[in-house]
Design a binder for this molecule. Structure first.
Ligand SMILES: Nc1ncnc2c1ncn2[C@@H]1O[C@H](COP(=O)(O)OP(=O)(O)O)[C@@H](O)[C@H]1O
Ligand SMILES: [Mg+2]
Length: 147
């Protein structure tokens, strides 16, 4: 594997074991992402894009879902070997997912700034004030007016 490959997904299989049988949502997906590369995955609804991404985050609900085969190497380490504690350090820090349904993934009671600060404080050893500064900088970076 070339050194600049950051994510190497190899023959990934994620299946759902439901009453009516086995849904082979992802069945042998392979791709690589190199440093600095952007990969777009396109496909019809239900083709397995979300299940592929959620598998990489190790957030597949089990039961009924299970990653039954393949490897996912991130920076040379198999994500499937990681403990839940190790995954928590990676999620939202090195690998992030922007979920499709804002009403279920974000809490409308909290401001955007608050929610960005929460992630920063979880992964970086900074106080509230510094976290707020970094949150504002992030919003500036993406062109939000008067963050
Ligand atoms: N919790 C689940 N139980 C059973 N089947 C599921 C579950 N989650 C997803 N699937 C199935 O996995 C397949 C792929 O879904 P998904 O990855 O969400 O598609 P896409 O994101 O490409 O629209 C679909 O057939 C979907 O019904
Ligand atoms: Mg989807």
């Amino acid at each position: 594997m070339s050194k600049d490959v950051i994510l190497d997904v190899n023959e990934l299989q994620t299946h759902f074991f439901v009453e009516k049988g086995v849904v082979k949502a992802v069945d042998g997906v392979s791709f690589q992402i190199k440093k600095g590369e952007t990969l777009g995955i396109v496909g019809e609804s239900g083709s397995g894009k979300s299940v592929t991404s959620t598998s990489i985050m190790r957030l597949i609900p089990d039961p009924p879902g299970k990653i039954v085969g393949g490897e996912m190497n991130f920076k040379g380490e198999n994500l499937l070997d990681k403990s839940e504690a190790e995954m928590r350090k990676i999620r939202g820090n090195e690998i992030s997912m922007i979920f499709q349904e804002p009403m279920t993934s974000l809490n409308p009671v909290y401001t955007v700034g608050n929610q960005i600060m929460e992630t920063i404080r979880l992964h970086q050893d900074v106080n509230k004030e510094e976290a707020l500064k970094r949150a504002v900088t992030m919003l500036e970076k993406v062109g939000i007016p008067s963050p």
